[in-house]
Design a protein around this ligand. Structure first.
Ligand code: CA
Length: 380
């Protein structure tokens, strides 16, 4: 074989090997040579079986809870498919293996390898973590993705989680939430006086500043408490879930926008020792599954919320209301106070909040000439 031909031959075999996989290489070589001999015996032996790794994924959700629990189920399914069964993930609902609110510690300590939650659940332990889920008057889904994935947010998140031996990934987003269910109209800030509302986290602190009381309870208890008047109001996520949970039977005013959660991000957190033990291809697969769930959940909410809202209004006669502008302006002022107090109380929260504010300025300037005109264009 001349040198030139040999180079071509090697090049073609190389392409063939990449395209058909190593198992077919013997056949490709054989046909290139134009010889009809049987493949040598050692090349038809079965490849050694890859080691199967078994992981546990604890979640903060009820079993297979629509969208949220489902996205954890899907992460397990996608990792299984992409890894051809080499990484098997068993998903546990909140309380099945560890209490829902014990998920952070369970992953941190390595009791389970993975957890699916929202990082603001860990506010008591890691106050700075709240910014990676949602803060009042914070980012929408598009902006939090931009901040965390491309604007330096992930480096900060990894830094905040490093002392807990955790590696975080984004793994879902609700989009803009609703403002909540109320039994009376909210016409001015005075209407928050004495209002008992189920509203978690920083939004709850804002409500407290407005004269109300934020009451925490598990998702499954909200409806009964609202119906019995233990609480006067509640927020959850948006029409898709709120319709299923039946809140319309216990409250008649449905307010927007969800100023306290404008695009709540969910997390897939992984114990770092477990993560470091994975081969590089499985790491890439886990990361790809997290990315997929991030866009899957947001797309599901965006596609399905409006039909649920129409049903609430048309069938169940819910009264859709917008918070008055002066109320929103005042809530914004109180939110800034809450966030500044948080930053002043904890150096890590200050570092994250400063970065958040810098990115917010950047994205708002860009959105001023992109997203804002887009909103106007639709109404022309
Ligand atoms: Ca909510």
């Amino acid at each position: 074989m001349e040198d030139n031909n040999r180079r071509k031959f090697i090049k073609n075999v190389g392409i063939g090997a990449a395209a058909i996989g190593v198992a077919g290489l013997a056949g490709a070589l054989s046909s290139c040579k134009g010889e009809k001999q049987e493949a040598p015996k050692e090349e038809v032996k079965e490849a050694p079986k890859a080691e199967v790794i078994h992981w546990k994924l604890a979640t903060t959700w009820p079993p297979h809870f629509p969208m949220l629990g489902e996205s954890a189920d899907k992460i397990a399914q996608w990792v299984d498919e992409m890894s051809a069964g080499r990484l098997k993930i068993e998903v546990y609902a909140g309380g099945e293996l560890v209490p829902a609110m014990g998920t952070f510690d369970a992953v941190s300590q390595g009791t389970v390898q993975m957890g699916h939650a929202a990082s603001y659940y860990w506010a008591g332990k890691v106050p700075a973590a709240q910014s990676f889920a949602a803060v009042p008057f914070g980012f929408n889904a598009q902006s939090i993705n931009a901040w965390i994935l491309s604007g330096g947010g992930m480096e900060l998140w990894e830094e905040v989680y490093a002392p807990f031996n955790l590696k975080p990934f984004l793994a879902g987003n609700t989009g803009v939430q609703m403002g909540g269910w109320f039994n009376k109209e909210i016409n001015s800030m005075e209407d928050f006086n004495g209002l008992k509302m189920r509203i978690p986290g920083l939004g709850g602190k804002v409500l407290a500043k407005a004269g109300g009381s934020a009451i925490l309870m598990a998702g499954g208890d909200i409806y009964t408490n609202l119906e019995r008047g233990v609480i006067d109001a509640t927020e959850w996520v948006g029409p898709f879930h709120d319709l299923k949970l039946g809140f319309y039977k216990a409250a008649k005013y449905y307010y927007y926008p969800g100023w306290h959660e404008l695009g709540t991000a969910f997390e897939l957190m992984i114990n770092k020792d477990a993560w470091n033990s994975l081969p590089d291809d499985l790491k890439a697969i886990v990361e790809a599954a997290a990315y997929k769930s991030n866009i899957w959940m947001l797309s599901e909410f965006e596609a399905k919320n409006n039909a649920a809202l129409r049903e609430l209004i048309d069938v169940h006669k819910v009264q859709l209301k917008e918070f008055p502008k002066p109320v929103i302006q005042e809530l914004r002022k109180l939110s800034q106070e809450v966030l500044e107090e948080l930053a002043a109380s904890d150096p890590a929260s200050k570092k994250v909040y400063d970065a958040f504010l810098a990115f917010q300025k950047n994205i708002h300037a860009w959105n001023k000439i992109t997203e804002e005109p887009y909103q106007e264009l639709k109404d022309l």
